[in-house]
Design a protein around this ligand. Structure first.
Ligand SMILES: Cc1cc2nc3c(=O)[nH]c(=O)nc-3n(C[C@H](O)[C@H](O)[C@H](O)COP(=O)(O)OP(=O)(O)OC[C@H]3O[C@@H](n4cnc5c(N)ncnc54)[C@H](O)[C@@H]3O)c2cc1C
Length: 512
């Protein structure tokens, strides 16, 4: 990855304060260009390449060379890395091609303030066998995640909110409070009726009934505070307001969010899950970073993928099978002869753009030992993560990571340097207005990171047919990725990576 210092620039916020601001848009390391206004970043050649061939449909040049490989994995996020780790464990020889220069996808970290800061994924709730495979491959032990808290905008931050005594002290209105208690108890009581992931091929009737908008269900509890908390959670973790997400996913995800008073543990890694993905990628035998796959096709004996490397050369990989572990919105452009109903299902999956803004300061900007502070009075950031609260982390100063899910129509802001910088400066201004003058004065620098397609959104209707159809095996091409569940979580990504790897072995033969 390029040095962050290469693309730091000064941005003046609405309050007149100026920030040293590092920007990276669309999850791609930037190329630095000198302008009269200072050093600004623009999209990388790889990012341009993906747009050129996948979005704008330019003709793909003739390959410079062909390589025969065993199983090709396209995409080096959690799902692609899990697929490759499993294949190597089975004695196969996977080759991973990854668009970015740094593998990890939505689970990656960057160096900041003398430590490592997660740019996307921050924790997981279930150390599933597939996540264990990654942890064992990397020889990393996860640590318990510190607790969250809620900032209601009154200057006080509330810990252990879901405990009855705390609810009583914070929420005076009986209807409001009782609604929250009922919601909590209903979710905790679900037990075997917790809607499962990975998504079943066909949902049972009680599961299909949950594939409906979450908002009326949440509102049925009659608690304004609950609706406010869950709207923030839904935006942050599912990519859209409750009106745009489904009950199925919300029940599954939120059932583990009540904290240690309810025996719930979440896990993370000092430096973030990006430490895990980087270590797994380093242990795999063949990972080609900086390779954009722009076409896949197959015949009865082999599958082929054309990939453009950093120098613009096209490499054709000929494989026994391909694990497609990149997002499915690309599949209709990437995969030749994808059946029309599958292409349509892929295009119906929705993705939220997202930015995370990391503020380095000398004073702490949130409660020091809280991991994630939910900011219920902000329309921009939903929550602020404090990576320094994770046991084993060490920063030179304090880092506050603002999580800012964006509306789908705002995706273009991430691709325009000035709009991106202006948006970031506005959000920081708003955030710092609620801090003390000393805290404001202690801000040293800011680093912002954006994804064009950060989270797949569990939209109402996505779970009963669309996600399953989009993920259907297509001959020698099998699909992985968290969006096989239309639900964004590391556990889902890892499980679909391993499943797809198993199918690739079946379809690809013995590899001898
Ligand atoms: C801000 C944010 C916070 C999150 N927080 C959490 C959290 O705390 N806990 C949690 O469980 N989940 C969280 N998630 C969701 C979770 O990170 C993702 O669901 C998961 O990491 C997705 O992994 P994946 O491998 O399926 O996809 P991705 O991470 O998207 O990986 C796909 C990879 O494929 C590469 N690629 C794409 N197209 C091509 C191509 N044509 N050729 C080659 N390579 C290609 C991409 O560069 C990328 O590296 C968060 C996500 C975001 C964005």
């Amino acid at each position: 990855m390029s040095s962050r210092r290469d693309f730091i620039r000064l941005v003046v916020g609405a309050t007149g304060a100026s920030y040293a601001l590092g920007l990276v848009s669309c999850g791609r390391p930037p190329r630095v260009e000198q302008t009269s206004g200072g050093r600004v970043q623009t999209a990388t050649p790889q990012f341009r390449t993906a747009h050129r061939f996948l979005r704008d449909r330019h003709q793909i040049p003739v390959p410079d060379r062909t390589e025969d490989v065993d199983i090709l994995v396209v995409g080096g996020g959690v799902s692609g890395l899990a697929a490759a780790a499993w294949l190597e464990q089975e004695g196969r020889r996977p080759t991973v091609v990854e668009n970015d220069l740094q593998p990890g996808g939505a689970a990656q970290s960057t160096s900041l303030a003398g430590g490592l800061v997660p740019l996307g994924s921050v924790y997981f709730v279930d150390p599933t066998p597939e996540l264990r495979l990654l942890l064992d491959t990397a020889e990393i032990m996860p640590v318990g995640c510190p607790e969250d808290a809620f900032d209601f905008g009154h200057g006080t931050v509330v810990r252990d909110l879901w405990r009855d005594d705390v609810l009583r002290s914070v929420i005076a209105d009986d209807t409001d409070r009782v609604g929250m208690q009922r919601f909590r108890d209903d979710l905790l009581d679900l037990g075997d009726r917790l809607p499962p992931y990975p998504l079943p091929e066909a949902l049972e009737p009680w599961q299909a009934a949950l594939d409906r908008p979450a908002e009326p269900w949440v509102k049925s509890y009659g608690s304004a505070t609950l609706t406010s908390i869950l709207n923030a959670y839904s935006r942050s973790s599912l990519g859209a307001l409750l009106s745009g997400t489904n009950v199925y996913c919300l029940q599954n995800f939120y059932s583990s969010e009540f904290g240690s008073p309810y025996g719930q543990q979440r896990y993370t890694i000092p430096g973030g899950p990006g430490v895990l993905t980087a270590a797994v990628a380093a242990r795999l035998s063949d990972v080609r970073a900086g390779h954009v796959c722009v076409r896949m096709r197959q015949d009865v004996r082999t599958a082929e993928a054309d990939c453009v490397d950093q120098d613009g050369r096209v490499v054709r990989f000929r494989a026994r099978a391909i694990v497609m572990a990149g997002p499915k919105y690309q599949a209709p452009y990437l995969v030749e002869d994808l059946p029309a109903d599958q292409a349509q299902a892929c295009s119906m999956l929705a993705y939220a753009p997202y930015m995370t803004i990391h503020i380095v300061s000398d004073e702490p900007l949130t409660e020091p030992m809280i991991y994630d502070t939910w900011n219920l009075s902000s329309e921009s950031e939903t929550d602020v993560v404090n990576p320094g609260s994770v046991p084993g982390s060490d920063f030179n100063g304090h880092v506050s990571s603002l999580f800012v899910p964006m509306d789908r129509f705002a995706r273009g802001q991430l691709m325009h340097d000035e709009l991106f910088a202006r948006k970031v400066a506005d959000i920081i201004d708003q955030f710092l207005r609620t801090r003390t003058p000393q805290q404001r004065a202690s801000v040293r620098e800011v680093f912002a990171w954006g994804w064009g397609h950060g989270l797949v959104i569990p939209t109402p209707g996505s779970h009963s047919g669309i996600a399953q159809r989009a993920a259907r095996q297509h001959g020698r091409i099998v699909f992985a990725n968290a969006d096989c569940d239309a639900a964004p979580a590391m556990e889902g990504a890892a499980s679909h990576g391993v499943r797809a790897a198993g199918k690739a072995v079946l379809v690809g033969g013995d590899g001898g």
